[in-house]
Structure formats: C-alpha cells, structure tokens
Design a protein around this ligand. Structure first.
Ligand SMILES: NC(=O)C1=CN([C@@H]2O[C@H](COP(=O)(O)OP(=O)(O)OC[C@H]3O[C@@H](n4cnc5c(N)ncnc54)[C@H](OP(=O)(O)O)[C@@H]3O)[C@@H](O)[C@H]2O)C=CC1
Ligand SMILES: O=C(O)C1=N[C@H](C(=O)O)C[C@H](O)C1
Length: 250
C-alpha cells in the first residue's frame, strides 16, 4: 500500500516540530515537506503532498489554505483564529474544489474533545457556567480556540434547552474582570510560565457545582488527533469543523 504524502506548515514551531516527528514515525505516512515562514508554498505541489498539516499563525493560515485548496491538497488545520467570516470564505473556496477536504480542529487532544462534549451535555442542566483557559505565555491569541469553541457549544446547548441568561448581579467592574463574552458565556484567559494548555469549565446550580478540567501536559497529546485527522481528511471532502466528527463518541 502506498504511503500518504504529508507536508507540515509551521514545521519549526512548538506543535509543528512535534508533528514533523509524528508524521515521520507513522508507518503509513511519508513526510514530503516541512516548511516554515518564507518557504515557497509551491514546494507543496512540487513534492506531490496529498495532505498539509497547517500549524502556523492566525495571520498566515488563510493564505496557506487558499493555496492548498486551489491545488486540491487536503488540509488538517490546528491553527486558531477562526471567525464566521473566515469559515464562510473557506467554504466558498472548497465549493470550487470538489473532492478537497479540510479539517479544522480547535483541539487535537482526545481529552479536550471530550471536555467539549461533556460540557455541551452538562450545560443544559446548570444555571451558571464559565470557562477558564490557561496557557503558556507565548500564545498569541486569547481566548484560546478551544475555549471559544467550548463556549459556543455551551451557549447553543443552553439555547436549545431554553435556559435563561445566567445570573450575574455585577454592576461595576474593571475592564476584563468578568472575562470575554463568547455568545453570553464568560471566558477567562490565564497566561502563565510553566503551563502548556489547560481548560476548566465551571458549572453551578442550586447547592452544587461541577468542574470539568483538562490538561495537555506535552505537545505529544495532540499527535494522535493530527494523525487521525490526516488519515480521515483524504476521504472527507468539504469542511469538517472539530475532531469529534472523526471520533465515535457515542
Ligand atoms: N488545534 C490544536 O490542538 C493546537 C493548536 N495550536 C495552534 O497552532 C498554532 C501554532 O502554535 P505554536 O506551535 O504554539 O506556535 P509557534 O509560534 O511555536 O509556531 C508557529 C510556526 O509557524 C511559523 N509560520 C508563521 N507563518 C508561517 C507561514 N506563512 N508559513 C509557514 N510557517 C509559518 C512560525 O515561524 P516564525 O516563528 O518565523 O514566525 C512558527 O515557526 C497556534 O494557532 C496554536 O493556537 C497549538 C497547539 C495545539
Ligand atoms: O496555542 C496553543 O498552545 C494551543 N492552542 C489551541 C487553542 O487555542 O485552543 C489548542 C491548545 O489549547 C493549545
């Protein structure tokens, strides 16, 4: 059986360098390119890459995906910074390139995907919910893509359950003291040396609280998800948002 030809963009970065090692170690994959900032994207086409693993920055990701989709190269994207407008633009590009697949995964670690699923399930039963994400201080975006997605899923679950807005009597607050508002859910971002990627979802009801916490302790936590996404994206045309779609969670 021929090996899947895989390239990594952002190959010198924290997660990109780990992805390079993971692809090299996978028996069914061949690493055909490992590109960093300033390298020619044409190398992806020249080397016959079938899948690009995109792990760069919110400022770079759209140009990179534009190139990939135009060349019919599938992409597995971990880079953050997704807005409705960006997703709509990507969808338009994909409609013009039938057969090409893009997976965007706010988080590739199984524990983080489960945290989002558990939080979505729990959200309908509790009056209050807040999200705290904690990351290394080199992270350029806040809140994290994972926290933003978690809050969106929680908000959708609350709306579906007909939950009223959460109680909050705050009338005076310093800017930022109540966190960022993501679809009505407060999201708090901590940046601390020594941390990697962590998240807590705090839920509260009458006389009880529930805390769902996940910790990524090493970038290796993201690798099984990246490899799974790489194998699955080649047979999944169009846009897939969230690794949960490639996992049998029920
Ligand atoms: N979905 C998930 O599970 C995970 C997602 N992430 C996300 O992945 C992204 C990268 O994170 P991290 O590795 O920590 O960041 P880093 O800054 O360590 O790595 C990003 C790398 O991309 C390079 N780069 C920037 N622009 C381009 C470009 N146009 N083409 C090729 N390479 C480029 C950077 O080069 P230079 O240094 O020269 O700018 C850098 O080497 C972030 O958005 C982060 O949130 C991270 C971990 C897990
Ligand atoms: O920048 C990081 O490190 C991470 N970014 C992703 C995010 O913003 O959710 C995934 C994970 O939290 C690590």
């Amino acid at each position: 059986m021929s090996k899947l030809r895989v390239a990594v963009l952002g190959a010198k970065g924290r997660i990109g360098s780990e992805a390079v090692r993971a692809v090299e170690a996978a028996d069914d994959m061949e690493l055909v390119a490992a590109l960093g900032r300033g390298d020619r994207l044409e190398t992806l086409a020249d080397t016959g890459a079938q899948v690009v693993v995109e792990l760069t920055t919110p400022a770079s990701v759209m140009d990179n995906l534009d190139f990939c989709v135009r060349h019919g190269i599938h992409a597995v994207v971990g880079t953050t910074g997704w807005t409705d407008e960006r997703l709509a633009r990507l969808d338009t590009w994909l409609s013009a390139s039938p057969g090409t697949g893009v997976l965007i995964a706010p988080n590739f670690s199984i524990g983080a995907v489960l945290t989002m699923a558990f939080a979505q399930t729990a959200a309908r039963y509790f009056e209050s919910v807040e999200v705290i994400e904690l990351h290394h201080p080199n992270k350029v975006d806040a809140p994290s893509g994972t926290a933003a997605r978690t809050a969106q899923l929680i908000a959708a679950a609350r709306a579906e359950a007909g939950r009223a807005p959460q109680p909050d009597a705050t009338t005076t607050a310093l800017d930022g003291a109540r966190g960022a508002d993501v679809d009505g859910i407060p999201v708090h971002s901590v940046r601390l040396r020594g941390l990697l990627a962590h998240q807590e979802v705090l839920l509260g009801g009458e006389g009880e609280t529930l805390t769902i916490r996940h910790d990524s302790l090493h970038h290796s936590s993201f690798m099984p998800g990246i490899l799974l996404g790489t194998r699955r994206v080649v047979t999944t045309p169009g846009l897939t948002f969230g690794l949960e779609h490639f996992l049998d969670l029920n």
